[in-house]
Design a protein around this ligand. Sequence first.
Ligand SMILES: [Zn+2]
Ligand SMILES: [Zn+2]
Length: 192
Amino acid sequence: MAWGSHIFHIMLNWVLPERCPCCGAINPAGGPFCVSCWRNLEFLGPPWCCGCGTPFEFDRGDDAYCALCIAHPPLHDGIRAAVKYDDVSAQVVLRLKYGGKIGLARAIARQLVRHLPDDHTDLIITPVPSHWARMWSRTFNQSALIGQELAALSGIPFVPDILVRHKRTPTMRGLDVRRRKKAVGGAFAVLP
Ligand SMILES: [Zn+2]
Ligand SMILES: [Zn+2]
């Protein structure tokens, strides 16, 4: 999107009444989502795999891994998602990333903050960096926006420049897991 139309789009969002980020309906309730979409969002939480966050049908304890994580132990300490990724939640992401609805970053952070560890000692929040060309076309990094909101809500320091991006990755939309893995391979590094 060119600069001019992008600014125009942001201004329209500001002037026109608040719309539900999922379905686009005018939202008289004033919350981030209309009542119907709020009901259709599938919020995630324990019991779940302590590695990948896949929900369990019954509680296996806080340290339980799913079969996939046991077979391929993750290199991270755990991934958490606030909602299940489906047609409804995908609309939220798309409207933030491509629709310029930057206010959604706060709505997303509000759902994520409850999944942070209780002990905030030695924690920092850092976003995955955007490629400069994408920053140029989109003017913002959605990951940094959510990170800033999450830091404000939790009190955890926000440190934006820990990761560097070595290459531009293709858009992830429509790619399966294998292609996504290949696309981001070697794309990021930690600054020395
Ligand atoms: Zn809606
Ligand atoms: Zn797992």
